[in-house]
Design a protein around this ligand. Structure first.
Ligand code: NI
Ligand code: MN
Length: 228
């Protein structure tokens, strides 16, 4: 099976299989780095890592016009259903996984916060481990560095997407340590260059990862993708 991963800027990613499109943290219309508007997005599944507006922003709108299923923690899926009329949701919690038509989604630990835009409790933030065919993709989403990434990497990752922006998440140095723990076939940076406080040089980080860890790494530009 071929898998295509596209970065839409900030922490917004698309994973396309032969039959399904999965969008992680849909943030398009207010995302200064996005090359697409939410109205142009077609998705079957939306994965929302936590309640902050730079991750949940366009989830309800896209879900409601595409009929997409939202996968997130239970607090967030309940809020989307109650406050925004989202019809199809799968709410889980950390450590739990669910088998969906495209593959398996597991909600992994993330050290962050998760208040919703209206101040509601957004539960615990998470990352996502996707198993699609024989491929394993890990999206760390918003988090600081944690040693249990070693356990996540132990499954054998084809791709690890890690934040490097600093301030709100890991910065470049901790993200490099994360790659050592995750031991992926390829590492790709996320959550940077959206706004000046999280400006980073993604290509320089990828070069450092290759040199200092021996794992492959590559920085994309918004709108660019890669095959996994
Ligand atoms: Ni956040
Ligand atoms: Mn964020």
């Amino acid at each position: 099976m071929s898998l295509r991963i596209t970065w839409h800027g900030h922490a917004t990613w698309a994973v396309e299989t032969d039959r399904h499109t999965i969008i992680i943290d849909p943030f398009f219309d207010q995302n200064p780095a996005a090359t697409l508007k939410a109205a142009a997005v077609k998705a079957d599944f939306l994965l929302v890592s936590h309640g902050h507006s730079d991750h949940i922003a366009d989830a309800a709108a896209i879900a409601n016009w595409c009929g997409a299923t939202v996968v997130s923690n239970y607090e967030i899926t309940s809020w989307l259903a109650k406050e925004h009329g989202v019809k199809k949701t799968v709410g889980g919690n950390l450590g739990g996984g669910v088998d969906l038509p495209f593959g398996r989604v597991k909600l992994t630990l993330a050290h962050h916060s998760s208040s919703l835009p209206d101040g509601s409790n957004g539960g615990n933030p998470c990352g996502f481990l996707l198993t699609i065919g024989d491929k394993k993709l890990y999206f760390a989403c918003d988090t600081g560095l944690f040693f249990d990434m070693k356990l996540i990497g132990a499954v054998g990752l084809d791709l690890a997407v890690v934040p490097i922006g600093d301030l709100f998440t890991m910065g470049p140095d901790d993200a490099l340590e994360a790659v050592k723990l995750l031991a992926p076939k390829k590492a790709v940076p996320s959550h940077f260059n959206t706004w000046p406080p999280i400006a980073q040089d993604g290509a320089a980080w990828a070069a450092r990862v290759k040199q200092e860890t021996g794992y492959d790494a590559m920085a994309l530009k918004p709108g660019e993708g890669l095959e996994v």
